[in-house]
Write a protein that binds this ligand. Sequence first.
Ligand SMILES: NC(=O)c1ccc[n+]([C@@H]2O[C@H](COP(=O)([O-])OP(=O)(O)OC[C@H]3O[C@@H](n4cnc5c(N)ncnc54)[C@H](OP(=O)(O)O)[C@@H]3O)[C@@H](O)[C@H]2O)c1
Length: 323
Amino acid sequence: MRAVVCEAWGGPEMLVVKDLASPQPKPGELLIKTRAAGVNFPDVLIIQKKYQVQPELPFIPGAEVSGDVLAVGDGVTAFAIGDRVAALCSVGGFAEEVVVEAAKCVKIPKTLSYDIAAAFMLAYGTSWHAVRDRAALQPHETMLVLGAAGGVGLAAVEIGKAIGAKIVAAASSDEKCEICRAHGADEVINYSSEDLREGIKRTCGRGPDVIYDPVGGKYTEAAFRSIGWRGRHVIIGFAAGDIPAIPLNLPLLKGASLVGVFWGEFARREPQNNIKGMAEMLAWMGEGKIQPLISKTYSLDEVPQALMAMAARKVTGKIVVRP
Ligand SMILES: NC(=O)c1ccc[n+]([C@@H]2O[C@H](COP(=O)([O-])OP(=O)(O)OC[C@H]3O[C@@H](n4cnc5c(N)ncnc54)[C@H](OP(=O)(O)O)[C@@H]3O)[C@@H](O)[C@H]2O)c1
């Protein structure tokens, strides 16, 4: 089978495509023929040894896939050969075949495309846990989403709208802002052309109740200084590179909270709550309330370009690899 291999720590240009032997499922595992693999910002970090999970070299990046079950390991009763599944593999996804623990796989309905199934779990799972569970966003509240046209950002926009809240989307170009509007944002701030704090004043009145922050860097403190009374600033990640430090008088003055989110750990420790989130979102998808955007697809050979586009801030919504 063909696979994208990280043989040395470094940028996407260091990745190589190789022919490898097909992996074999051990007890409790499934062998999946990969139809699509979701691309996520952690894929950019993990190959540079900058992510919290650091696999041993060589490894195949790619954290989530959809596809068809090719073989089942001993003891697996919930799946059969030919089942359509989505799976969280953490690594191994950018390959024609991947072995995954059956406990990390779910069957997917025929109505769900392979592309959406592969792009859904990580981004929408993260944003559901952040918005619904950790921030407990309410229908009468306002949520500001930073990096709102990105993978987890656009998922947060859609989930916030499905809850019924007012959504203010902040992004770095007019084109990205328009995509956010098309996915439900009520107001937009282009933080390349408008000062973020001025934009928040213009769109959020007494300040956002929830700030969804996958960007970090200079944006975090600027946004947090504008948060509303009893606001919740949800920390998702640091796509801008710098991990910001916040003066602790700021949460004191607003009676506000800094709320951490680590979806992978949540899914591991609280699988039933994670499944509850997935079920709610699949129902929203059925009602047309959320419609994940797949903005581009790539081949295995084009994985370096896909990761470079993500690192260069050029991706909107989700992108997927079709091995
Ligand atoms: N905590 C968790 O459980 C969890 C789970 C999944 C992902 N994450 C984290 O969430 C973040 C976003 O992931 P994603 O997959 O949604 O990525 P993405 O699609 O690339 O979105 C990231 C957004 O960040 C903004 N950004 C600002 N400065 C940037 C820079 N220097 N380089 C790249 N992007 C920049 C971009 O929006 P603008 O151009 O509009 O500013 C971009 O759309 C990452 O830090 C990731 O590690 C965390």
